[in-house]
Write a protein that binds this ligand. Structure first.
Ligand SMILES: NC(=O)c1ccc[n+]([C@@H]2O[C@H](COP(=O)([O-])OP(=O)(O)OC[C@H]3O[C@@H](n4cnc5c(N)ncnc54)[C@H](OP(=O)(O)O)[C@@H]3O)[C@@H](O)[C@H]2O)c1
Length: 216
């Protein structure tokens, strides 16, 4: 597959590396292809490409949106929305506000009965948004085996079954089990898992964990 990644932060680069390791072609999207992280990434991954956010959206038959939640709309505005039509779009974002955390609990700019996943779906109505990867640190995203034989659970949601199947197949390759939480409104529950995931980090400086759904 050709995968266009809108965002060159640690998540974009980690997922890009993971997709390359599975044999896919990847383009990192950035406002500045000359920036150090991008140059280093290209020098270490000879099959990787870089371009603008618009180039990455055009390039991918699957697209990943992985920029800070508060600027997700701006990043999408820098692309041609027609390039998202009918494509699976993995949304890793969280609606983290710029206000400081309180006793380790981050603040969101969305309300409880709302989510950034739904906003992104409404900005790109012809794309198939799948919320994924938002509730674990980047170090674990492409290798769930780091937690041993019992695979961690990735919670996903989205309105298109085929897109969720595509994302589930990637998750299986990355050694995660997947829980499909239904339609995009489930982002209201999945996004706050990021808040919960970060609490041991802020309070005890422990960042090496993931969620697991236990079933009887
Ligand atoms: N870090 C984690 O472990 C983690 C885990 C789970 C989920 N997430 C979520 O994944 C997303 C990405 O996180 P990240 O830490 O990898 O990256 P990040 O630092 O949040 O975002 C990096 C990207 O944002 C772009 N950007 C910054 N300001 C911009 C602006 N004003 N207009 C347009 N683009 C702008 C940068 O563009 P340039 O390339 O042009 O500089 C860069 O590509 C976030 O929503 C985060 O909540 C992160």
């Amino acid at each position: 597959m050709k995968i266009g990644i809108i965002g060159t932060g640690i998540v974009g680069r980690t997922l890009a590396k993971g997709f390359l390791s599975l044999g896919h072609d990847v383009m990192l999207g950035t406002r500045n292809i000359a920036k150090d992280e991008v140059k280093k990434f290209l020098s270490e991954n000879d099959r990787a490409l870089a371009g603008s956010f618009a180039d990455a959206a055009k390039f991918g038959n699957l697209i990943v949106i992985t920029v800070a939640g508060r600027i997700a709309k701006d990043a999408i505005e820098m692309t041609d929305k027609n390039d998202f039509k009918g494509k699976t779009v993995i949304d890793t974002t969280n609606p983290i506000s710029q206000e400081p955390a309180v006793n380790g609990v981050m603040k969101f700019f969305t309300a409880a009965n709302d989510s950034l996943g739904e906003h992104i779906q409404s900005w790109l109505p012809e794309a198939h948004i799948v919320k994924c990867f938002n509730c674990v640190g980047s170090a674990f995203m492409t290798n769930g085996k780091q937690f041993g034989d019992s695979l961690p659970t990735m919670f996903i949601c989205g309105n298109n079954a085929e897109a969720k199947k595509q994302v589930t197949d990637f998750l299986t390759s990355f050694h995660w089990e997947t829980l499909d939480c239904g339609m995009i409104e489930a982002s209201r529950a999945i996004e706050p898992l990021c808040m919960l995931w970060c609490i041991p980090g802020f309070l005890q400086n422990q960042w090496a964990h993931a969620f697991k759904l236990l079933r009887k």
